[in-house]
Design a protein. Structure first.
Length: 125
């Protein structure tokens, strides 16, 4: 797993780390049951504080992407509650669509954008 942190970004490092792991899952580079590096190992590899990695792993656990086991460490464990995930996605999309609407983004442009994202990032599961 290759993690690239932009230390000049305005986005918090733990958020960058969280998002990259989620993208790894979405693109099937990370799969159900795959172990993540230990907090200490990942912190040393990236050159960040262990608390930052711990915060990212905790957020991933809260969001249902990772389970944490004392013996196995952090493991990809995708939340089976698809209805909850779809509702959360709907709320996020409502805000994104409202912003686009304010900028005169058309329905066709939204559909094309979503198709492009799926083509680029998602493998049919």
């Amino acid at each position: 797993m290759v993690i690239k942190i932009d230390f000049n970004s305005e986005e918090a490092i733990y958020i960058q780390l969280t998002n990259q792991i989620i993208m790894g899952i979405a693109t099937s580079r990370l799969r159900e049951g795959d172990p993540l590096p230990s907090v200490r190992q990942l912190a040393e590899t990236i050159g960040i504080n262990m608390h930052t990695v711990n915060k990212a792993y905790s957020l991933l656990r809260q969001e249902g992407f990772v389970s944490i086991d004392r013996r196995r460490g952090a493991v990809i464990s995708i939340d089976a509650d698809k209805i909850k995930a779809l509702e959360e996605m709907k709320q996020n999309l409502l805000v994104a669509l409202a912003r686009g609407c304010c900028k005169n983004v058309t329905r066709d442009e939204v559909h094309q954008l979503i198709d492009n994202i799926f083509d680029e990032y998602y493998i049919d599961r």
